[in-house]
Design a protein around this ligand. Structure first.
Ligand code: C2O
Ligand code: CU
Length: 458
């Protein structure tokens, strides 16, 4: 205990308060900082992170001017266990302001990393994020300022939290998927076309952990845990591993109740899936690919490969996937009546054909919700294209899609809302008062205005 205390004091001393009008100098930040204490037996994990310009070889032999965390794309995989505290000392070495959002983590509002809750970190400035890890799962981090540019330039990374009862597989890998649009010189193409404004930006260079279409190896007979994160700006990934069956173990907010066997799964923008793959036979070669998914945009894509998997010589497996992974208590019955409707829509725009809105408003200001009061929201898509709906800071359960209950119960922070669909979600705001938001995670739609702000009040 004492060492935690000392650690806290030291960092507090030359940490956030040492900096000029600190972006988080307000009371809510100071309270959240002090309240972030590890559980008994857990620890504070200090992390140094910076964002800076780098030359990155997405494609071998071609250097692209990009932006990365700690000089790499993706940024380092941050890892911890439930009850640990991450203390991230972040320095902005970019030529423009930025901040970091901890996508999916149930942190206090003041640590959510959006422009709503903190002033962005100016070039040259340092800011300390400090929060406890409350849940096991596959999360990620990315800027929440000028996202259409900053994420495309390479600013994103995985954040993995482990719990006490993880299934034991032969190995674990993290796959951060992205696509970049490169110009003829191999540089990140200019931003802001009308098509991109409408479709969201997709690129022809498909990346796994910052490398274009890598070749990966696995030993025959192995069963591995693969965590996928869709970090692209707008792409929908209908994930297939050579068409072979795999087991879905978990989604955004951690494990399912039981594994589900399938041959493909839709990983919408910002979504995560956690799957058990294998065993494969020696000599097999499989495509890790996105099957064609028509999200009804101007430039539809075909089936496209992200990576190739080669199966090598066999190795004995010790993997054991239990039949029950955990229990998830239902928050509400499927037919619970909604107490709010969030309408994803478009409005005509003189300059850009359309703008993307919520309840007919760009950057909608929504009503507050009260901590402890069950929320049942109907997220209604009035448009003819898909939108990945993301709620900050809280997990929800999907109760129904067009009246049909989903095939399994799970905790999510992103859900795809198909064209003209009504997705009913339930979530319970715990007592983390402050400003929160929800938005379409197609970054261009978010930027255009398909987002809402609301407060959680005690
Ligand atoms: Cu991935 Cu507003 O977030
Ligand atoms: Cu959208």
């Amino acid at each position: 205990m004492k060492s935690h205390h000392d650690h806290h004091q030291t960092h507090h001393h030359h940490g956030p308060v040492a900096h000029q009008p600190a972006p988080g100098a307000d009371d809510a930040y100071q309270r959240a900082y002090a309240a972030a204490q590890p559980d008994p037996g857990r620890r504070v994990i200090p992390i140094e992170l910076d964002a800076r310009e780098i030359d990155w070889e997405f494609v071998p032999g071609n250097k692209t001017r990009a932006w990365g965390y700690n000089g790499q794309i993706p940024g380092p995989v941050l890892e911890g266990q439930i009850g640990d505290v991450l203390e991230i000392r972040f320095t902005n070495r970019l030529p423009q302001p930025t901040n970091i959002h901890w996508h999916g983590l149930r942190v206090p509002a003041a640590m959510d990393g959006t422009e709503m809750v903190q002033r962005s970190v100016a070039p040259g400035e340092t800011f300390v994020y400090r929060f406890r890890l409350p849940d096991a799962g596959t999360f990620w981090y990315h800027p929440h300022s000028n996202e259409t540019v900053q994420l495309e330039m390479g600013l994103y990374g995985a954040l993995i939290v482990r719990g006490p009862n993880e299934p034991q597989l032969d190995a674990e890998r993290v796959f951060v998927l992205d696509d970049v649009r490169l110009d003829k010189q191999g540089q990140i193409a200019a931003f802001g076309s009308i098509v991109e404004h409408h479709d969201g930006r997709e690129g022809d260079t498909r990346l796994v952990n910052g490398r274009a279409e890598p070749v990966l190896e696995i030993a025959a007979g192995q069963v591995e845990r693969w965590r996928f994160i869709n970090a692209s700006s707008a792409r929908y990934i209908r994930l297939s591993i050579g068409g072979k069956p795999f087991k879905l173990l978990g989604t955004d907010g951690g494990l399912l109740e039981a594994p589900v066997t399938m041959n493909e799964i839709l990983v919408a923008t910002a979504d995560r899936v956690d799957i058990a793959v294998g065993p494969f036979g020696a000599g097999e070669e499989l495509a890790i690919e996105a099957l064609q998914y028509k999200r009804r945009i101007i430039r539809e894509r075909k089936t496209e490969r992200f990576a190739t998997l080669r199966v090598g010589a066999p190795r004995p497996s010790a993997a054991r996937i239990p039949e029950r992974l955990r229990r998830i208590e239902p928050l509400a019955p499927a037919n619970a009546s909604p107490n709010r409707t969030v309408k994803l829509g478009i409005t005509l725009s003189l300059r850009r054909m359309v703008d993307f809105v919520i309840n007919r408003e760009r950057h909608h200001q929504d009503k507050p919700v009260k901590a402890g009061e069950l929320q049942v929201w109907d997220v209604v898509n009035t448009t003819l294209m898909d939108h990945p709906f993301h709620l900050h800071g809280f997990f929800f359960q999907v109760l129904s899609v067009n009246g049909e209950p989903p095939a399994w119960r799970s905790w999510e922070d992103v859900v795809n809302v198909p064209p003209r669909a009504r997705v009913r979600i339930a979530w319970l705001p715990d007592d983390r008062p402050g400003s929160w938001m929800y938005h379409c995670h197609i970054l261009e739609h978010h930027a255009s205005g398909m987002m809402g702000h609301f407060d959680v009040v005690s």
